[in-house]
Unconditional design. Structure first.
Length: 280
């Protein structure tokens, strides 16, 4: 989290973050005031850093640092080389996917997830918005929630999304999906949704961004940078799908009996279609 956000932090917060990255064992022993003094800043700057990281406070930051220090291995994200062998690619892609899933799990805050689940559970309509690779995640979310009888739309066409949101109301939820968090079109749709008093949820990599600024609830995926082939959206896609799956499963468990019934009905319908109309 600190490494990812370091370039975008204000100067004083950047000093603190750099100190923590270089001396994590020392940092967790200090109070906010002491950490500010050791990094040539102030205790107030330490608190501002915690807010920039979207943490609950300094103790939350120290808890996360301590947790990282207990990790014995961290292979990190491994990039591919020219003429990479197939077996090596299999191993690297597997390692990268596992790493993304673990990091995303660590970044998810239970209380924010629960708030998002309640909004989705009670929403009259749900609108998932994503551009490019994130649009694929929006379609996946639509497919899942449709199966449990939610009224769901998925848009990668921003003009269509804006048109629908313009006619929305406070009983609807808009979920903006953007790995970078800087997709201007997604941020603008969320801004429009807020003007219509609709509830908004963002799903981005960790850190403040245009998209998160427009969200009532902020959910994060792994902040680790993508390897060279970023356009493939490999690691980011895994993290986004993971969060969508978690949201779906939680909503499903809260209306379990209905969910089972809906899924059985939709499965029968698909079987009917694929068997050329010959229903069992």
């Amino acid at each position: 989290m600190l490494t990812e956000m370091l370039p975008s932090l204000p100067p004083s917060e950047r000093k603190i973050a750099a100190f923590i990255i270089e001396q994590p064992e020392e940092a967790i022993k200090l109070t906010a005031q002491e950490l500010g003094k050791r990094s040539d800043t102030s205790g107030a700057a330490v608190i501002r850093l915690c807010k920039s990281l979207d943490l609950k406070g300094f103790q939350d930051l120290k808890f996360r640092i301590a947790g990282d220090l207990q990790k014995t291995t961290n292979e990190g994200f491994r990039d591919i080389r020219p003429d990479e062998g197939l077996q090596s690619i299999i191993e690297k892609m597997t390692t990268n996917s596992i790493q993304t899933i673990k990091e995303t799990a660590e970044l998810l805050q239970i209380d924010e997830l629960e708030k998002a689940v309640q909004l989705l559970l009670n929403a009259k309509k749900i609108h998932f918005i994503g551009v490019g690779a994130s649009g694929i995640i929006a379609k996946d979310a639509q497919q899942k929630f449709l199966r449990i009888n939610k009224t769901v739309h998925a848009f990668s066409d921003i003009h269509m999304a804006a048109t629908l949101v313009a006619n929305g109301d406070e009983d609807e939820v808009v979920v903006g999906i953007s790995f970078s968090g800087e997709t201007n079109e997604v941020a603008k749709v969320l801004e429009l949704a807020k003007q219509k008093n609709m509830k908004t949820i963002s799903l981005t990599r960790y850190g403040s961004s245009k998209v998160t600024e427009q969200a009532d609830i902020r959910l994060y995926t792994s902040a680790t940078r993508e390897p060279t082939f970023r356009s493939g959206a490999t690691s980011s896609r895994i993290g986004q799908l993971q969060v969508i799956d978690i949201l779906f499963m939680r909503v499903a468990t809260l209306k379990y009996d209905e969910t089972v019934e809906y899924i059985d009905v939709t499965r029968d319908a698909i079987d009917f279609i694929t068997q050329n109309g010959k229903k069992k």
